[in-house]
Design a protein around this ligand. Structure first.
Ligand code: G4P
Length: 526
C-alpha cells in the first residue's frame, strides 16, 4: 500500500470522560466489535479508586495494567483503529492532556444521569486548545436519566460546544426502547443484554409510516415524531466540516454495558472521524503524507522491573514511514539514533513492528535517551510543538532522608520527572528542590517509587506556594531587575526555564502589576 492509502486507513483517537461515566466499558465494547477481544470483562479498568490511596500494591498493579492498555489497536471495516487510553483519575490529568496531543479526535462519554461533570469540562478545554473533533456518547440510557434535550443544552452551555444529535432515544430508564438513528435512518430496538453483540435494526426511511407504532407503540411513536421534528427544526443538516474543525459535536445515545448504540457510534466514527491530520513543528506544518518520517514522544513508562532501567517511550508517528533499526535524528541530542526493539500495541498484546505509518503509536525501548516532547525525524530540525507542562497546583519541598543516597535521589527524581509523573523546580538560591503536582496521589507514588526503584528515601515538606509561572521578557534589563528583586523566588524547571514561584494569588497580582515588562505564563509553552 502507498503512504496515502496507509494514512487514509488510520483513525487514532482517545476516549475521555469523568470517572465512572463508562469509558472502560465503552472501550471494551469497541474492542469486541473490532475482534480484538473475544469476551466482555477482558479489559481491566486502570482507574485508581480513591480507597486505594495508600495501597502500594494497587498502584503497582495499576501501572502494569496501564502499560498494557495504554494503546489498543484493532481493525474495523477496513480501517486500522488506534485507541489511546487516558487515566481517569484527576490526579493524573496531566498524563491525559499529553495523550490528547497524540490523537486526531476524541469520543466523549457522558453519564445521562449526572450530565456534564467537572472532569469533562477540563478535558473539553484541552480539546478546544487544539480544535480536536469530538463525538459525544450519552451513556447509561437504561437508567433513569435526564431529559435528552436538557442534556444537549447542558453540553452546549457547560462545554461551550455546539451539538448535533445523530441518534435519538425512545424513552429512558425502565421504559427505554431504543434509539432512532438519524444518521442511518434506522430504528434500533433495545434489549438489555451484556452479552449480545449487535441489536436488531429496522429500516424506517420515514418515521411517519405506521410501521413505527408496530415496534414502539403509539405513544412513543408520536413522541419520537415530535422530537425528530423539533430536532430537524433546531439543528440544520449535519455539517461534517464543522465537526472536523471542532465546532460541532455529533451526539449518540446508548448503553455501553448493554452494548447498545455502540456499533452505531463506531460506524459513524469510522465514516466521519479524521484520518491523521497535519501537525505543527517549530519550522512548519507537516502533513502526514510528507515522505520523510517524523514523530514525537508523548508518554514514557518506566519498566516494571526495577533491576533494569529500561523504559518504553510511546511515539506518535506523524509523517512518512518509520522503520525499525533505521537511524533517525533525535533533535534535542542532535544525533542519530536507531531503535531495534520497537513494539506495536494490538489490543493487549504487544508485538514487534518493523514499520509504522502516520497515526500509529509505537513503543520504543529506551535506556534514558528519550524524554516526553522529544521529536525524531529523518533530518529536519524542527521539533513538534504542543506538549506543554501545566502550572501545578500543589507543591512540596523534597527532603533527603538518607545523605548516603543523595545521588540515587537526584537520579530517581530526574528520571521520574522525565516520565512526566510530576514537575521538579530547583531554586536558584540554595539548590532547594520542589515537586509540583496536580493531585496528592502523585506525591505518594513518587515517594514509593523512589524507594523501590532507586533505594532513595525522602520526605515531602509542605510549602506555602500558590503557583509556578514561567516568566519571559523581551527586555533583558527588565528581566535583570526582576531577578535582582525576586531572585529568591525564582526556580528553574527541568529544561532550565525560569519559573516564578508565587506564594499567593494576591501577591502574584501585585508582582505582575509592579513588573509590567515581565510576562507570566501558566503553561510551559509560550
Ligand atoms: P469509567 O471507565 O468511565 O470510570 O467507567 P466504567 O466503564 O468503569 O463504568 C462505571 C460503572 O458504570 C460500572 O459499574 C459500569 O458497569 C457502569 N456502566 C457502564 N455503562 C453502563 C450503562 O450503559 N448502564 C448502566 N446502568 N451502567 C453502566 P461498576 O458498578 O463500577 O462496575 P461493574 O461491577 O458493573 O463492572
Amino acid at each position: 500500500m502507498s503512504l496515502v492509502e496507509e494514512i487514509e486507513k488510520r483513525r487514532t483517537f482517545g476516549i475521555i470522560s469523568h470517572p465512572d461515566a463508562g469509558k472502560t466499558t465503552l472501550t471494551e465494547k469497541l474492542l469486541l466489535f473490532g475482534g480484538a477481544i473475544q469476551k466482555a470483562g477482558a479489559v481491566k479498568s486502570n482507574k485508581i479508586k480513591d480507597h486505594a490511596r495508600s495501597d502500594w500494591m494497587e498502584i503497582e498493579k495499576q501501572r502494569g495494567i496501564s502499560v498494557a492498555t495504554s494503546v489498543m489497536g484493532f481493525n474495523y471495516r477496513n480501517k486500522r483503529i488506534n485507541l489511546l487510553d487516558t487515566p481517569g483519575h484527576k490526579d493524573f490529568a496531566e498524563d491525559t492532556y499529553r495523550t490528547l496531543t497524540a490523537v486526531d479526535s476524541v469520543i466523549m462519554v457522558i453519564d445521562c444521569v449526572k450530565g456534564v461533570e467537572e472532569q469533562t469540562e477540563r478535558l473539553m478545554e484541552v480539546c478546544r486548545m487544539r480544535q480536536t473533533p469530538v463525538l459525544c456518547f450519552i451513556n447509561k440510557m437504561d437508567r433513569e436519566g435526564r431529559d435528552p434535550f436538557e442534556l444537549l443544552e447542558e453540553i452546549e452551555e457547560k462545554l461551550n460546544l455546539r451539538v448535533h444529535p445523530l441518534s435519538w432515544p425512545i424513552n429512558i430508564g425502565k421504559n427505554f426502547k431504543g434509539v432512532y438513528s438519524l444518521y442511518e435512518k434506522k430504528l434500533v430496538l433495545f434489549e438489555a443484554s451484556r452479552q449480545k453483540l449487535s441489536a436488531e435494526k429496522i429500516e424506517i426511511e420515514d418515521i411517519n409510516s405506521p410501521e413505527l407504532e408496530q415496534y414502539v407503540g403509539e405513544n412513543d411513536a408520536n413522541q419520537l415524531r415530535e422530537d425528530v421534528e423539533l430536532i430537524n427544526g433546531v439543528y440544520e443538516d449535519f455539517d461534517k466540516e464543522e465537526y472536523l474543525k471542532g465546532n460541532i459535536a455529533p451526539v449518540f445515545f446508548g448503553s455501553a454495558v448493554n452494548n447498545f448504540g455502540v456499533q452505531e457510534l463506531l460506524d459513524c466514527f469510522v465514516d466521519i472521524a479524521p484520518a491523521p491530520i497535519p501537525r505543527e513543528t517549530e519550522l512548519r506544518s507537516i502533513a502526514p503524507n510528507d515522505p520523510k518520517f517524523s514523530g514525537f514522544i508523548f508518554k514514557i513508562h518506566a519498566n516494571m522491573d526495577p533491576k533494569h532501567r529500561n523504559r518504553i517511550a510511546f511515539m506518535r508517528v506523524c509523517s512518512g514511514q518509520f522503520q525499525r533499526s533505521k537511524p533517525f535524528l533525535h533533535i534535542r541530542h542532535d544525533k542519530k539514533m536507531k531503535f531495534s526493539n520497537t513494539t506495536a500495541f494490538m489490543a493487549q498484546d504487544k508485538e514487534i513492528v518493523d514499520e509504522a505509518w502516520p497515526g500509529d503509536i509505537i513503543g520504543l525501548y529506551d535506556t534514558g535517551n528519550l524524554k516526553i516532547g522529544d521529536t525524531l525525524t529523518e533530518g529536519e530540525k524542527g521539533s513538534y510543538k504542543g506538549i506543554p507542562s501545566f502550572s501545578p497546583e500543589m507543591f512540596r519541598e523534597v527532603v533527603n532522608k538518607d545523605a548516603m543516597k543523595t545521588k540515587q535521589l537526584e537520579k530517581g527524581l530526574s528520571q521520574l520527572m522525565e516520565e512526566g509523573l510530576a514537575q521538579l523546580f530547583t531554586f536558584e538560591m540554595g539548590n532547594r528542590k520542589v515537586v509540583g503536582v496536580v493531585g496528592q496521589l502523585q506525591f505518594e507514588v513518587i515517594q514509593f517509587r523512589l524507594l523501590n526503584e532507586y533505594g532513595a528515601s525522602c520526605d515531602f515538606r509542605p510549602m506555602n506556594l500558590y503557583k509556578a509561572c514561567w516568566i519571559s521578557s523581551e527586555d533583558e534589563k527588565a528581566m535583570d531587575e526582576f531577578y535582582a528583586s525576586k531572585g529568591r523566588h525564582i526556580a528553574k524547571d527541568k529544561d532550565g526555564k525560569l519559573v516564578f514561584m508565587a506564594e499567593s494569588r494576591a501577591w502574584l497580582q501585585m508582582v505582575q502589576d509592579n513588573f509590567p515588562k515581565i510576562t507570566f505564563h501558566f503553561t510551559s509553552e509560550f
